[in-house]
Unconditional design. Structure first.
Length: 348
């Protein structure tokens, strides 16, 4: 497949090339802060219906590219489509978030009937977006990492401390490991299908990696992600993979050295100067503006942007948030961010 590496600054950065200015995209850039998204959502119905409507999901993916001209488009979908395809029922409660049934804390995973065909509309979304994107825009696919996906599968919903999954991982490692194993296998196939349909790079979201002890982090974050990276690279060795273990802190160093990812997402709690000094010298990094600084805007935003640009100026850097953009983010602040990043040269 043709990734246009010579004309895609984001893809070139993921392959280790420093740019005169860092390329820019934002996690959750396709979503509720955009009036055009809210209008389409009102027309089409629920969030999950939107994810599985290929035409609408492609439109949502493209909306922030049209408005802001970001260097990367991120597929509009959700990490929980994988447990849905593994056989759990999935729905979203208004104001309360996702629900999965049966919760595996009290049910037998082996009793589920996988439905991998549920992922077919998402792969069709990839094809539609790829056909519409300009060649200079990098197309990013994604999946949830096994630990984070498993926390939802075990509890049947989101939770504060992921206690049910952590208890199962300690007390019943074989039972918990079977869930992780199934997620790994399906995620490799799912990411490879995204690549074969047109994405240029993929990101692994481990949003709840920070809830684990060091030993558990190695067992349930590093080892499964290493398996996924190896599985994807076996089929698509040239496609970059970004790892984003949110909340990993100092454990990020081991993650960087042991998983095989090509680039690292930094969350907003990390000092980018520490990351620059602690991580492998030429590894590309992504991040890590606090989403609340983007809401604050003005000089607060300018100072935060400049500090990150300065701290990460010596290595390949993709400017992004440290987590997803929040629904009440003012459009004018996103415009200011884009202007600020693109108005500064960080490399002679």
């Amino acid at each position: 497949m043709d990734n246009h590496p010579a004309t895609q600054p984001l893809l070139a950065t993921l392959r280790g090339e420093r740019q005169n200015r860092p390329p820019l995209w934002l996690m959750r850039q396709a979503g509720r802060y955009l009036p055009e998204y809210r209008a389409l959502r009102a027309e089409k119905g629920g969030f999950l219906d939107l994810c599985y409507d290929s035409e609408s999901a492609a439109e949502v993916t493209l909306q922030p590219i049209r408005r802001f001209g970001f260097d990367g488009a991120i597929l509009f979908s959700d990490i929980l489509v994988v447990p849905h395809a593994l056989g759990q029922k999935l729905w979203f409660e208004v104001g309360e978030g996702p629900r999965l049934a049966p919760p595996l804390a009290g049910a037998n995973f082996a009793d589920l009937t996988p439905q991998p065909d549920l992922l077919a509309p998402i792969i069709e979304t990839v094809r539609r977006v790829k056909a519409a994107l300009a060649p200079e825009t990098t197309f990013l696919g994604f999946a949830g990492s096994p630990w984070t996906v498993a926390t939802y599968m075990v509890a049947g919903a989101g939770s504060r401390d992921h206690g049910l999954a952590r208890r199962m991982a300690y007390a019943e490692p074989a039972r918990f490991g079977a869930i992780i194993e199934a997620i790994i296998t399906m995620t490799i196939d799912y990411l490879c299908a995204q690549i074969e349909a047109g994405v240029d790079a993929v990101q692994l979201f481990d949003s709840w990696a920070g809830s684990l002890s060091p030993q558990q982090f190695h067992e349930w974050v590093i080892a499964p992600n290493k398996r996924i990276v190896a599985g994807v690279k076996a089929r698509h060795p040239d496609v970059p993979i970004i790892g984003f273990p949110k909340g990993a802190g100092a454990k990020l160093v081991d993650y960087a050295e042991q998983t095989g990812v090509d680039a690292l997402g930094l969350d907003e709690t990390l000092d980018p100067r520490w990351a620059d000094s602690a991580l492998p010298r030429n590894m590309p990094v992504q991040g890590n503006l606090d989403p609340l600084a983007l809401i604050a805007g003005g000089e607060t935003l300018d100072r935060a942007v400049d500090s990150i640009l300065d701290a990460l100026s010596s290595r390949p850097h993709i400017f992004n948030l440290g987590h997803g953009i929040l629904p009440d983010t003012p459009i004018e602040n996103v415009e200011r961010l884009v202007d600020r990043v693109r108005g500064q040269t960080v490399m002679a």
